[in-house]
Design a protein around this ligand. Sequence first.
Ligand SMILES: Cc1ncc(COP(=O)(O)O)c(C=O)c1O
Length: 398
Amino acid sequence: MKTIDADPKIAQAELQFLPLCVPEIRGNEWEYVKECLDTGWVSSVGSYVERFESMVAAQAGTKYAVATVNGTSALHIALLVAGVQPGDEVLVSTLTFIAPVNAIRYAGAWPVFIDAEPEHWQIDPARVSEFIERDCDWINGVLRNRHTGRRISAIVPVHILGHPVDMDPILAVARKYDLKVIEDSTEALGSTYRGKSPGSLGDIGCFSFNGNKIITTGGGGMIVTNREDWAKKAKYLTTQAKDDPIEYVHGEIGYNYRLVNVLAAIGCAQMEQLESYVAKKRKIADRYAHGLAGVAGIEFMKTADWAESTYWMYSILINPEPYGMNSRRLLKHLDSLKIQTRPLWQPGHLSPAHAQDQHISLPVAEDLVKRGLSLPCSVGLTEAEQDRVIDGICGAGH
Ligand SMILES: Cc1ncc(COP(=O)(O)O)c(C=O)c1O
């Protein structure tokens, strides 16, 4: 890490680019990948795929895991396995990366966007109940949206930014109305909700291991569940639905979604490091919380007392009046210091791809997106680099 010297132009030129979140490769990745290459087991069959599945199932606390090419395909298959039908509606967090919403459309179903709660920024269970009570009819064991006439078959709570969703009230409402719960636990690997891992709380859970996740396979995903029949169905659908692999008989429309061994090998090496990565993320969060405490106009996500967050992504809220600029101006300012930050995602209900005719306002998510900014938080972030971010933020406001 270079210190700033007398000439600000030279100092600026010498500053290293500080990315938002990059992978940390420091364990057995090379060794395991080399073994795949040396033995020729590089494709969709191989011992690392099964080992990776066992490791993720153990972490999630589920009996079964099925590896997929990415998290989006895991969500697609989980929705199919859970019985979501074309024309159904699925309740989903509006404040999420778009993948689970896209997956709902791949299944031919329609997303119904639910607002976030303001404390922990997760899907708001009160808004789920409110929607069901205000806008739905429960007739002959089927929940229907009174306005569209469509069946509501599932809920996809997305645990965002490393913090779990408050699942108990979601599960209670789901049981009451026979809705399947498909957790998108992608951003919460390593966190706990009342001592249990996201992914194991609903009927089926999904993870992604893309490049910015707490552990990565480059690209990869996983479905986890306690239901043997669902796990079998997920494996069947992700491997082209082969009924007879010799005669090439396919009983259903299947998908080529199986993770390859060479990427699973990276996943195994990464999973070996998960505990230390989570510890590092928590340390980073703690340093940001201390370093930015007392800065006028900066707010933090609260951690619920029932949650152990991983702080996978460290995000803050900027209140323009007291701080002196809004979140997007701060983003540009930090960019000029070669510090990469990013807003939260455009909420699903405002997405041009998904808004359709739902002209609704979900004010909590909209406000969080307006004010939110995620800060560099790679596992490999040094204290000196983190100080650059803290100084950049402290120096930019009033
Ligand atoms: C919450 C969430 N779900 C799903 C995905 C999609 O995973 P993938 O990129 O592996 O398809 C991501 C991130 O990419 C995500 O953040």
